[in-house]
Every structure is written in C-alpha cells, then in structure tokens.
Design a protein around this ligand. Structure first.
Ligand code: NAD
Ligand code: UD1
Length: 360
C-alpha cells in the first residue's frame, strides 16, 4: 500500500513530537513544519532516533504563507495535523493580538495553502477550554461552546467555527476537531517530553520540576472547591494515548474521503467531526500529588493557596464518541502517566537545554 504523507504543524512541540512517533509506527510518512518559537530541534533529533528514520523538518512560520506553500510544493501531502500555535493562557491576556494573529491568522494561512494545493484533510488541536464553565459533567461534544474567558480559548473556538464554515462552503473538506483534556506524561523512552520555557503554568510540569529540585514547592491553587478534597479536578490523559487519538482521526479522515468520492457528489456537505480526547476520569490536584510521589519516590512539598483566577472546580469529558467512531480509548492510567513523566524529568532535569547540539 502506498504510504500517505502527513504534515504535522507544531511537530517539534510537546504533543507533536509524540504524535509523529505514533504516526510513523503506523506506517505514515511525516513532514514537520514548526517555527521553533516554543520548541527545540533536539526533540526532532530524538524522535528520529526513536523512529529510526529522518524526518523532513522545516523551520517555517505559519504566518509566512509563501514558505508554507513551498513545503506543500516539495511534498505530496495527503493530510495535515495542525498543532502549531501559542498556548499560554496568561500570556494570551497580555498579548491578545499576538494570539489572534498567530493562532487564527496562522490557521487561515494554512487552510488557504491547503486549498490551493488540493489538500482537504485536516485534524485540528482544540481544547476542552472551548466548553467554558461546565453546565453539566462529564462534558459531551454537544455541550455549549464559546464561553471562554481568555483570548487563547477564544482562538480555539474561532478556529472551530472557521473550520465549520469551510466544510459548509466546500464538500471536499474533511475535518476532525479534537478537544483535548489535560495531556500529561511522556514517551516510554524518557527521551522526549514536555519542556516549558520559564516557570511552568501547568500542574504536572511544575510538579516534575519540584521533584527534580528545580522548584522548592508546589502551590495548590484552591482547596475550597466543591470537589471531594476541595482541590481542582481535571481529566488527565497520557500524551501517548492522545497521540494515538490523532492516528485514529487521520484514518477516519482517509475513510471519509473515500466515502465522499462515492456518496457526496451531489452537493452534500459534512460538518467537522468533533471528539473529546480524555479518559473520562476526574482526578484532583492532591490525587495527582500522591500518584506522582508514588511514581517518583520523592516527597512533593506543597502549600494550599487561593484559587487561581479563571480556574474552574471540575472539568472532565465523556470520551465515548471517540470510542464509538474512532475506535479509540485511552488505556494508560495515572500511575503510568506519572512514571513516564518522572522518567523524562529525571533523565532530563533541564529539559532539552542540557542536550549537546540543542538549538536552545
Ligand atoms: P507546544 O508549544 O509544545 O507546541 C506548539 C508548537 O507550535 C511549538 O513547537 C511551537 O514552536 C509551534 N509554533 C507556534 N507558533 C507557530 C507558528 N506561528 N508557526 C509555526 N509553528 C509555530 O504545545 P503543545 O502542548 O504541544 O500543544 C500543541 C497544540 O495543542 C496547541 O495548538 C495547543 O493549543 C493545543 N492544546 C494543548 C494542550 C496542552 O495542555 N498541552 C491542551 C489543549 C490543546
Ligand atoms: C490549563 C489552561 C487551559 C488549557 C489546559 C490544557 C489555564 C488557566 N488554563 O488548564 O486553558 O486548555 O491547561 O491542559 O492555564 N494547579 C495547581 N498548581 C499549579 C498549577 C495548577 O494547583 O502550579 C491546579 C489548577 O488549579 C487546576 C489543576 O492544577 O486545578 C490543573 O491545572 P493546569 O495543569 O494548569 O490545567 P488547567 O487549569 O486544567
């Protein structure tokens, strides 16, 4: 069977590097486009080592449309997994224009180039943040969306709408929107993982840095929520499970593409398919502290503090649609998430920066 080539935007980043490995293991050829604003070429070098093959990688900004087009001219791309973008909630409140320009403008550039090159399959990285304050739990894909309180979340919501309008306008488009819950953990090898620049905003990278001695203690934001132990509850998903969800989504698009050729000749349109990628399990901050202490053998000192602005008490999803339609389910539990995070963190206490030849 001829191999299909998938372009992964943001492929040098945390989730992208894991997605590439699973796609290669499934037989796909990969091309990476990343401007390296929040990543290092070292992650690609390590992915190449794991995969045992070279990955064509272009240091290109999505805002440079001609350079994006050049990548499409050089490779026969069949599908795109679009992960590139900026993702820091706090920064998005300080620099909203940068977020709208990069995330929304970068995506419209990409879509225009795709259309011009006859590529209509795209998997988009959205987030459970589009649900805003949950009206019910677990969150299903038909929960109302758009109640986001920060520019980052609003860019995800806007891009979902753009993709929906695109499907309405042209029946050739095949779109899968993946709403991630909280990705954590790392590849089993311990050689790739999350490497935030500066002080980590998210719980697990912060905890990892406490365990490895880079930070003195964890601040637990809020202990008076209406949750079993008063701390915030989230749906943590192993990044490798998340990556496998992308492989399943690409297969689904390829399948749909074939079906469209057969059945959608007469002007019928198809909306994007939207899937929650989570475990369906709500886990508290203190549950995570316990699980990580067990996995690492390290004590995690913590202080209980005020709630963080913009946080919600509980957020977890119903992943049954992805199970039914993508034949995908998360299988890695909390212990494995923490063990794999600890392997990465303990083997790379400074992230990729400690590596010889790293670009950062
Ligand atoms: P990441 O920052 O590690 O990866 C994003 C990548 O995009 C980086 O490698 C960065 O260099 C690249 N990039 C940014 N702007 C670019 C541009 N203009 N042109 C080309 N490349 C650019 O983040 P991640 O955690 O791997 O997230 C990947 C995607 O998943 C993002 O779109 C993010 O919003 C989304 N997401 C992440 C989470 C999470 O918790 N990590 C949750 C929900 C959704
Ligand atoms: C954050 C983002 C959200 C994004 C999601 C993706 C914010 C406000 N929200 O969500 O937009 O879609 O990541 O994964 O940044 N916590 C602590 N101490 C810390 C860090 C976090 O107690 O140092 C708590 C939080 O209050 C929360 C839980 O840990 O209860 C998880 O926090 P985090 O990892 O930042 O993820 P989210 O808040 O779910």
């Amino acid at each position: 069977m001829a191999q299909k080539t998938v372009l992964v935007t943001g492929g040098a980043g945390y989730i992208g590097s894991h997605v590439i490995i699973e796609l290669i293991q499934d037989g796909f050829d990969i091309v990476v486009l990343d401007n390296l604003v929040n990543a290092s070429m070292e992650s690609i070098r390590r992915v190449e080592k794991i995969a045992g093959k070279k990955i064509p990688t272009y240091s290109v900004d999505l805002l440079d449309k001609n350079a994006v087009d050049d990548v499409f001219k050089k490779h026969k791309i069949s599908s795109v997994i679009h992960l590139a973008g900026l993702k820091a909630v706090g920064e998005s409140c300080e620099l909203p224009l940068l977020y709208y320009k990069t995330n929304v403008g970068g995506t419209t550039n990409l879509l225009e180039v795709m259309e011009a090159n006859g590529v209509f399959n795209i998997v988009f990285s959205s987030s459970a943040t589009v649900y805003g304050l949950p009206q019910f739990l677990p969150l299903t894909e038909d929960h109302p969306v758009g109640g986001c309180t920060n520019p980052y979340g609003k860019t995800k919501f806007m891009i979902e709408q753009i993709l929906s309008d695109l499907c309405t306008s042209n029946k050739k488009w095949n779109v899968a929107v993946l709403r991630y819950f909280n990705p954590v953990g790392a590849h089993k090898s311990g050689t790739i993982g999350e490497d935030p620049s500066g002080v980590p905003n998210n719980l697990m990278p912060f905890m990892g840095q406490v365990a490895v001695g880079r930070r003195a203690s964890l601040t637990v934001y809020g202990s008076d929520y209406d949750t079993p132990d008063g701390t915030g509850v989230r749906d943590y998903i192993h990044v490798v499970d998340l990556a496998l969800g992308h492989v399943a989504a690409v297969h689904k698009l390829n399948e749909q593409c074939g079906l469209k050729v057969l059945f959608l000749q007469n002007g019928q349109n198809k909306s994007p398919t939207v899937y929650n990628l989570g475990t369906g399990q709500g886990v508290s901050v203190l549950d995570m502290v316990k699980a990580f202490e067990k996995a690492s053998g390290k004590k995690i000192p913590y202080e209980l503090a005020e709630r963080r602005l913009g946080d919600i008490a509980s957020c977890y999803g119903d992943p049954s649609l992805a199970a039914k339609e993508l034949n995908w389910t998360a299988t890695r539990g909390l212990d494995e998430m923490c063990e794999d995070l600890w392997r990465w963190q303990s083997q790379n206490p400074q992230g990729y920066k400690g590596a010889e030849g790293s670009s950062q």
